[in-house]
Design a protein around this ligand. Structure first.
Ligand code: MN
Length: 262
């Protein structure tokens, strides 16, 4: 040992989202995380909200270098959020990538939203690639102040880089639309129950053929204490640990007792 300190390598952070590369949320996240490490942005070129966990296999993907509003270079793809992360790990981005941070999403990702969410499934793709991953959402759509969500993303990213996460897990963060002064605190939560109020809207195209929209008002949720839905409704930042293992362990024994056979 020479007694000289080892050179410190800054962590390499992959930032993506599902609202598209032009979203203010991804710019705020990139800017904030520059304080933590070297940030590479690879994100969809358009809005993919509620696209779920996509692996594009039946068409080619394009990746273009683009300039963000602050002059920084980023990569934009016509693939999905999860494709963005896969592309990065398959060689579009210099390795190693130490962590994936997805967001800041324009709107909540609470309860069963995580199964629809491009923001969360991009983080899931990071977990599949074997690195820690965080999804960050600001629960009020169009909320102009991204600073609290960005500040907490920095804090949590530092924490996760220092501590790591268990394999095949990720953190889903939801930030309420409050100021730092109004924030009640930070709660570790479980997934709550969303109440979707979807309505089918039937219309006719110019040739008289029907088409359908899934419309209806915003989802609500069951405000049960301990859940993500309760936390943000009461002014807390919610941090929910998620795992890719979706096995319903509570059913294994009962299902075994079915003694299934042909
Ligand atoms: Mn979105």
């Amino acid at each position: 040992a020479s007694g000289m300190s080892e050179p410190v390598t800054a962590p390499h952070i992959l930032v993506t989202n599902d609202d598209g590369i032009t979203s203010p949320g991804i710019l705020a996240l990139k800017d904030a995380l520059a304080a933590v490490g070297r940030v590479t942005v690879l994100a969809p070129s358009r809005n993919w909200s509620a696209s779920g966990h996509v692996k594009t296999m039946h068409k080619p993907l394009r990746v273009d270098e683009v300039t963000l509003p602050d002059g920084a270079l980023a990569l934009a793809t016509d693939g999905a959020p999860s494709d963005s992360v896969a592309l990065a790990f398959l060689g579009m981005v210099e390795r190693p990538i130490d962590i994936v941070v997805s967001g800041i999403n324009n709107g909540a990702n609470l309860g069963h939203d995580v199964t629809y969410s491009g923001t969360v499934t991009a983080a899931m793709e990071g977990a599949i690639a074997g690195v820690p991953a965080i999804a960050v959402s600001l629960t009020e759509r169009g909320h102009p102040d991204l600073s609290l969500a960005a500040q907490f993303a920095v804090r949590l990213t530092r924490e996760v880089l220092a501590r790591g996460l268990p394999p095949a897990t990720l953190l889903n963060v939801n930030v309420p639309p409050v100021s730092t002064d109004e924030l009640q605190g930070i709660l570790v939560t479980r997934m709550g129950l969303r109440i979707y109020r979807d309505e089918l809207v039937r219309r006719l195209d110019p040739r008289g053929r029907p088409y359908y929209w899934i419309g209806g008002p915003e989802p609500t949720g069951v405000e049960e204490e301990g859940t993500d839905i309760w936390a943000v409704a009461h002014g807390y930042i919610s941090v929910t640990p998620l795992q890719l293992d979706l096995t319903a362990r509570c059913m294994v024994e009962a299902l075994t007792d079915w003694r299934l056979s042909l």
